[in-house]
Design a binder for this molecule. Structure first.
Ligand SMILES: Cc1ncc(COP(=O)(O)O)c(C=O)c1O
Length: 442
């Protein structure tokens, strides 16, 4: 059971002999030492795991007969160092709004590698996108009208526009993470897309692509098939209506990962990519459409496994119903269990393959009974002061984090080849009051 859990951790995870049994190492670094050096809660990112995920996407995309590319969905986890990694690996960066664009720019991302998303982009978001992006994915007609106004006035290179289409099919995932269904807040309907293409042509806007995204964290690619078919049918209608065929097609991201040993074995990135590539290729052939450049837009499946959250147990509490392990982090750095019941697993860092002592509930320190990171997980006897490592923590944790109860955002450490380096410092008390102003009225 515990040894199966090890498979959820980064690919470089090893157990090495320590003073009291084995200790977990990731990327050649001893987790006990990292916790001492940087404190807890601590987030670790293992570059080798991220690189391996990119390689798996790339090698599977080789089966697609036209050009293809990968955009990293920064919403999963973005900071300057991660943006630099993505740019160096030749990935485009999907940025939502002016804030994420500024992170990409600070990392030195060139225009050609910045793609901008957003369901209700503000004028400021659009200004930043026009100034820095190579691609803007247009969510709706109001946004397109706004861009058309800006376009007439400006001389600089203008980003390519892709239209976000609602394919009317969502993937099988929690309803909070579904985006492709007909009543989703994201993207344009079939008729809105026809209208958008006509508008682009009337205004001479640089329209180059179509985009759709069906949801996040799915494990079965099957629903991507009907969505691809619908979008290709739309492409046939667009060709007839406006004489336009997109040069780029992006079926979004959303491929899931295993978070818990019960999720193993998990279908591979390669299974998913080959499925999508084949559907696009066959669908285009059947409709006599030119093969578009295929862009995938994964977030979670590139970085989630690379990330590990390290917590220290402050207290062990036994109530009549359960054993509580009280950790020094929780819903402020990982809201996913409270938000949509995400299930996680964990191991003690020292001597992780100890026999289980029954179920434990791993809870955070915050003033909410819902601040429970893991429910009913078979765990060994764990003592106060021990370190607990939670695998699959690299996506949608820190980006959705908060300062609830005055929580300080954790430090983030990059690990590669036996070396660690701080890529985000821990927040300090001063950060909590940095935006505050004294009351000036009596
Ligand atoms: C438009 C878009 N692209 C890509 C993603 C990335 O999804 P994931 O991290 O599940 O791969 C999302 C996430 O919801 C998204 O909304």
């Amino acid at each position: 059971m515990n040894s199966q859990r090890l498979a959820l951790f980064p690919i470089t995870t090893r157990l090495e002999p320590g003073t009291n049994g084995e200790v977990m190492y990731i990327g050649g670094c001893d987790l006990t030492e990292l916790a001492e050096r940087y404190g807890t809660p601590l987030y670790l990112y293992d570059q080798a795991s991220m690189d391996a995920a990119v390689d798996e996407y790339r090698s599977a995309l080789h089966t697609y007969p036209n050009h293809s590319g990968i955009t990293y969905a920064g919403k999963a986890f973005l900071c300057v160092a991660v943006a630099q990694w993505a740019v160096r690996r030749g990935l485009w960066l999907d940025c939502t709004g002016a804030g994420e664009i500024s992170i990409a720019v600070a990392a030195g991302a060139p225009r050609g590698q910045i793609l901008v998303h957003g369901v209700n982009k503000t004028a400021g978001d659009l200004r930043a996108a026009v100034a820095h992006a190579g691609v803007i994915v247009v969510d709706n007609l109001s946004e397109l009208h706004h861009l058309a106004e800006v376009y007439t006035d400006q001389d600089d290179p203008f980003p390519d526009l892709w239209l976000r289409v609602r394919p009317g099919v969502a993937v099988d995932t929690h309803s909070y993470r579904q985006t492709g269904q007909d009543d989703s807040k994201f993207g344009m309907s079939y008729t809105e897309t026809l209208e958008a293409v006509r508008l682009c042509h009337r205004q001479g806007l640089p329209l180059h692509g179509l985009h759709f995204h069906q949801g996040s964290h799915f494990h079965d690619p099957e629903p991507v098939g009907p969505a691809v078919a619908r979008v290709l049918d739309l492409m046939v209608d667009l060709r007839r209506d406006s004489g336009w065929t997109p040069g780029y097609l992006c079926p979004g991201g959303g491929w899931g990962i295993p978070y818990h040993e019960d999720d193993l074995p998990h279908p591979s990135i390669e299974d998913y990519v080959r499925f999508v590539a084949r559907r696009v290729e066959e669908g285009c052939e059947a409709r006599d459409l030119a093969l578009p450049i295929l862009h995938l837009e994964p977030g979670r499946s590139l970085v989630a496994r690379a990330g590990v959250a390290l917590y220290r147990v402050g207290a062990v509490k036994q109530t009549p119903q359960r054993r509580w392990l009280l950790l020094d982090g929780g819903m402020a750095d990982n809201i996913r269990p409270a938000l949509y019941g995400a299930r996680y697993s964990a191991l003690p860092v020292a001597d992780p393959i100890r026999p289980t002592a029954g179920a434990a509930w791993l809870a955070g320190p915050y003033c909410e009974s819902g601040d429970v990171l893991i429910h009913e997980l078979p765990m060994p006897d764990v003592a106060e002061g021990e370190l607990i490592a939670v695998p699959a923590s690299g996506a949608y944790h820190l980006m959705m984090g908060s300062n609830y109860n005055g929580a300080l955002r954790p430090a983030v450490v990059w690990i590669r080849g036996g070396k660690s380096s701080l890529i985000q410092r821990r927040e300090e008390i001063a950060d909590l009051i940095r935006r505050d102003l004294p009351l000036e009225v009596e």
